[in-house]
Design a protein around this ligand. Structure first.
Ligand code: NAD
Ligand code: ZN
Length: 396
């Protein structure tokens, strides 16, 4: 390729500081170093976690940064020592790497590779050894990925090769939200056939969790959201019943207990609100109920009465739905191509990278917003927005 070994100048949306609009800039993307892969990003989703970093997190040192971590693209060139990838391969960047060598990669029990760029950076959530610069300043790579750019560079342990037949403007959703929700149900909760499940929060992550519960053979899937507009969409993914906490004066756990003879078998919190996390736990049946934290927050502690666990409930969490990226993402791409999982139904808008601030605004205002595709990066929008913590369905 003509660009191999050279610095690439391209467009990227740069977050210079927190709480400010992203700025379209021409940036320089360095050639990949040893074990690295330079990728032309073709499509990317906008995930709540990008906005969390921009507006909600406390990481003032996490700027300037190029956000975006739910992307798909084509390998442009590779550094020395890379044998797994070649220019032209279709790939999905991974915010949780899979080195296949560390203690965690060797265990089937977790996906938390110890060598990952983002593995020990939950506090900053950005990679300092960046290959991106703008106006002489280094730009941090959010979660090591930075998909709001026409080109990015990742270590090969954080890249998944996918089927060449995969449409990148759809499968980019497997880079975060859809794998997270689906895997939370299938891999982490290990939802059982014939069971009753409750999914709290029906954004992309929650809808994917509903889809995972259905794939696992759940008999009843109760979808819980304070926005009734979400219910129609949840039905498409397999929800059988709907509960709006705003329709009830009692705690939602009581409502669910009455509907299910004492509580659900599995509950999944896909909001990122500590009050809802507690509600989801308390909605599980004693004896064997399993509740999974999927929603993201590190700003607050959560609380629960010990008796909830003493009585036999299990409380656990999931990162990226427990998928080991290099193994799991190509399998999910195949499941999409085989029509076993849905992706198109998540997408409501296609936008270009230039419109990224419109996408961010739509997400903030709770509008449907989605992603990008095309020869320049397009923004695929997804229903993403900030929940109002005051609207927690659990009143402590
Ligand atoms: P989203 O904002 O699109 O969806 C959240 C949904 O929750 C909305 O439909 C909203 O109406 C609903 N909601 C808000 N308050 C509620 C309440 N009190 N009760 C019931 N429903 C309520 O978000 P998303 O992109 O689907 O992401 C969901 C969460 O998952 C976020 O916190 C995100 O950061 C997190 N996340 C976690 C991982 C992980 O690896 N664990 C990965 C990706 C995203
Ligand atoms: Zn590893």
């Amino acid at each position: 390729m003509a660009t191999a070994g050279k610095v690439i100048r391209c467009k990227a949306a740069v977050a210079w500081e927190p709480n400010k609009p992203l700025v379209m800039e021409e940036i320089e993307v360095a050639p990949p170093q040893a074990n690295e892969v330079r990728i032309k990003i073709v499509a990317t989703g906008v995930c709540h976690t990008d906005l969390y970093h921009l507006f909600e997190g406390m990481h003032k040192d996490g700027f300037p940064v190029v956000l975006g971590h739910e992307g798909a693209g084509i390998v442009e060139s590779v550094g020395t020592g890379v044998t797994e990838f070649q220019p032209g391969d279709k790939v999905i960047p991974l915010f949780i790497s899979q080195c296949r060598e560390c203690r965690f990669c060797k265990s089937p029990k977790t996906n938390q590779c110890v060598k990952g760029w983002a593995a020990d950076r939950y506090d900053v959530m950005a990679l300092e050894e960046t290959r991106l610069t703008c106006k002489g300043k280094k730009l941090l790579q959010f979660l090591g990925t930075s998909t709001f750019s026409e080109y990015t560079v990742l270590n090969q342990i954080a890249v998944a090769k996918i089927d060449p037949a995969a449409p990148l403007d759809k499968v980019c959703l497997l880079g975060c939200g859809v794998c997270t929700g689906f895997g939370a149900a299938v891999n982490t909760a290990k939802v059982e056939a014939g069971s009753t499940c409750a999914v709290f929060g029906l954004g992309a992550v929650g809808l994917a969790a509903v889809m995972g519960c259905k794939a696992a053979g759940a008999q009843r899937i109760i979808a819980v959201d304070i926005n009734p507009e979400k219910f129609e969409k949840a039905k498409v993914f397999g929800a059988t019943e709907f509960v709006n906490p705003k329709d009830h004066s009692r705690p939602i756990s009581q409502v669910l207990a009455e509907m299910t003879d004492g509580g659900v078998d599995f509950s999944l919190e896909c909001v990122g609100n500590v009050g809802v996390m507690r509600s989801a736990l308390e909605s599980c049946v004693k004896g064997w109920g399993v509740s999974v934290l999927v929603g993201w927050t590190d700003l607050q502690d959560f609380a629960a009465r010990p008796i909830q666990l003493i009585a036999g409930r299990t409380w656990k969490g999931t990162l990226f739905g427990g998928f080991k990226g290099k193994d799991g993402v190509p399998e999910m791409v195949k499941a999409y191509l085989d029509k076993k999982v849905k992706l198109d139904e998540f997408i409501t808008h296609n936008m270009t990278l230039d419109q990224v601030n419109d996408a961010v605004k739509l997400m903030k205002n709770g509008q449907w917003c989605l992603i990008l595709s095309g020869d320049k990066v397009d923004l695929l929008e997804r229903r993403e927005h900030f929940q109002d913590p005051v609207l927690s369905c659990f009143q402590p």
